[in-house]
Ligand binder design. Structure first.
Ligand SMILES: [Zn+2]
Length: 219
């Protein structure tokens, strides 16, 4: 059974099935067997010149068959870029998800209430995944109740992290794993997740494959 890594910025990773997250729409590699691509306009890079003009370029790229998921996009309320601008752009991505039937991988920092409200208000039916989840149980529960999937990464390896606690309360059918920018391997993150969930590693791999096929491949 394959390891499935739903979010990495390392285009060289080839362990199992990988979704590579391209941050630059002018440099998107070709999807290949077991190597998938996601892209979006990340809230950190919402420069005014990007904002006023080329959102159409983003839509065109995101619509392509090569792109399996829209992300990472979302809200980060700790950065200087105005929340209103971030919300407008994020909302566009949510609309594209519905229009092109693609799941959304979400970057969310100190904006969980807003992200939950926006998904609800826009009546988004496409799967929404909060990537790199490392927040407390209350937030985890709110997100799960609102229908989000949670993807966990390197933070699981730290025994006292929020992620290591929250994963225990995450139903396996709402779970994904990822390496993001970490140097750790996806197999290491799977082993830790299996230990925390007290679940057989092969069963965990099977469950995440079912989730992946359901959310990303649409089988
Ligand atoms: Zn990332």
């Amino acid at each position: 059974m394959n390891y499935i890594n739903i979010h990495t910025h390392n285009s060289k990773l080839r362990e199992g099935i990988v979704i590579y997250n391209a941050m630059n729409i002018n440099d998107i590699p070709k999807a290949k067997n077991n190597f998938y691509i996601s892209t979006a306009l990340h809230p950190w890079y919402l420069k005014p010149e990007l904002w006023f003009n080329p959102l159409n370029d983003y839509e065109e790229i995101i619509a392509q068959d090569n792109i399996i998921a829209i992300g990472e996009c979302g809200l980060d309320l700790t950065i200087k870029i105005k929340p209103d601008v971030q919300k407008t752009v994020f909302n566009k991505h949510l609309q594209w998800a519905e229009k092109y039937n693609k799941p959304v991988t979400i970057h969310c920092v100190k904006a969980f209430n807003e992200v939950i409200a926006m998904k609800k208000k826009a009546n988004i039916k496409q799967p929404c995944i909060i990537h790199g989840f490392n927040n407390n149980l209350t937030i985890a529960k709110q997100l799960l109740t609102a229908g989000f999937y949670l993807s966990y990464g390197e933070a699981l390896l730290h025994e006292n992290s929020n992620a290591a606690q929250a994963i225990k309360q995450t139903p396996p059918e709402r779970l994904f794993l990822e390496t993001d920018e970490s140097e750790k391997s996806i197999s290491e993150i799977y082993s830790k997740a299996a230990e925390l969930l007290e679940m057989d590693l092969e069963l965990l791999k099977k469950q995440i494959e079912i989730n992946f096929n359901h959310v990303f491949i649409r089988e």
